[in-house]
Design a protein around this ligand. Sequence first.
Ligand code: NAP
Length: 528
Amino acid sequence: MKRFGILSVTEALLRTRCSQISLRSISERGLGRFVAAYSTSDAADKLHICVVGSGPAGFYTVDRLLKRYGDKVHVSLLDRLPTPFGLVRSGVAPDHQDTKNVINQFSQVASDPRVSFLGNVTVGQDVQLRELRQLHHAVVLSYGAESDRRLGIPGEEGPGVLSAREFVWWYNGHPDARGLNLDLSKVRSVAICGIGNVALDCCRALLAPPTRFQPTDMAAHALGQLLGAGAGPREVHLVARRGPVQAACTPKELKELLSECGVEAGTAAPDQLAVSEADAAEMKATRLKRRVHELVSKAVADSLKRQQQGGAGERRLWFQFYRNPVEVLRGPDGGVTGLRVERTAVRPGPEGGPAVAVGTGEYDTLPCQLVLKSIGYKSLPLQGVAFDSRRGVVPNVEGRVLQAVPEASSTAAPPPVDPGLYVVGWLKRGPTGIVGTNLVDAEETAASLGADTEQLKKAAEVTHGSAGPAGLAGLRSLLSERGVRVVNWGHWRRLDEHEVAVGQAAGRVREKVTDVGEMLRVCGLAAE
Ligand code: NAP
């Protein structure tokens, strides 16, 4: 083997890395880069960046930073869970395995010697943001949206009402949702508020034949309930406060639900598919809107025909367009018995904005035993970082975090930037877009960071002198002092291989471990 300057490699870091990857498993070129990544000679020259959150936005950002800085960077990639990939693991529907293939690309990024994954590390608990900032030239926040918008209606709190996020986490095996007290065997009818793509994901999980999910990585506890003999919902009401032309879902996902899942479709009233002049103009201008209307109309007509011929299926999907949820109804035992909705009419939005739903004063009750609120995710604030609670985002300009939320209609100058702090993904722009949307977003944030490099280095020199911040080595020693059981990439690979092996033995893609303690045990990090 050709010799590289092994003796110049920082010993502590080399030991750390060797526990993550086998030296024999990397090529000579890889070894060269590995050595360069840890060579003390250029350590001071290197930019130390910490990315908080290893979902798609975090991974795309790391990828962009590696491309931008070459060997002159090291990235500490943190996640509060022992598992990487964020929404790709716990948000993307189990029957959308193709979408999850991006994990292969992310895994290559994480295996790069310039990147260190640190799972099972919670910022604000195991380590403070100010400490991460002291240890790195820059911190990029990419911890996504782990909360939900609220309906703000009576009955919303309590058993039988979940956010779509909680339900999705439950069937995707997110550790925080494994204890959800959900018994689908007692549920015949579900009302889903909202008609975006997440609502459709939930609808497929509830109404499609459970065999659709058997070979996937759906969590065993969820699959077991859906497969339970005679159990499971037979009816879903998709409650949309506006009409089919304004529906937030996309045609591809709607077609999948209507044509692949064996559901019978109906509308709450025959006139729900009527097209107003404004609708016609929108449909003319936007093919996707026309397509959504066509798909719903065809599915409803086809179902009606099957019903007339006596061949209709038993799982029903009711489109409840022009219906706004106003109250969750509960029985004497506190269980959900229905969702009260107000009929609406759609009117032009103010100042030429999107059409809005206005109440008509007429009400209906949709009988159901479970209500899912699929009206959008929401990010959570982090101590020490400005947060726009109305929009649920960290205020920023092109990914540079601002020190305060700009005033809405002020001509005053925007608040100053918080130097060295960046944001990306749903935390930056709100909960919209698909996995790939984060690529463009990450490019923007990485470009901002790139443009600030010299200032970041100068600021670090003032604080730390020419040696620069301690980066990964400092972070590791801090976490080790605090007894944090850090999951590195090697540990995750062990858990990954375990899940895949157990899953494949049962003819499934993987069998997810859903308990953090069990994850750490499989990783070889069980508490002593
Ligand atoms: P979304 O697309 O923004 O849809 C939210 C829905 O909630 C809309 O129907 C909205 O109605 C409704 N809503 C919001 N506030 C409401 C309120 N107070 N009362 C009643 N209804 C309310 O959000 P999402 O479904 O959570 O999806 C998030 C993002 O992930 C989207 O960009 C989506 O496309 C993406 N995604 C993609 C896929 C995929 O590609 N397969 C899968 C899942 C998610 P209005 O339109 O009337 O406001």
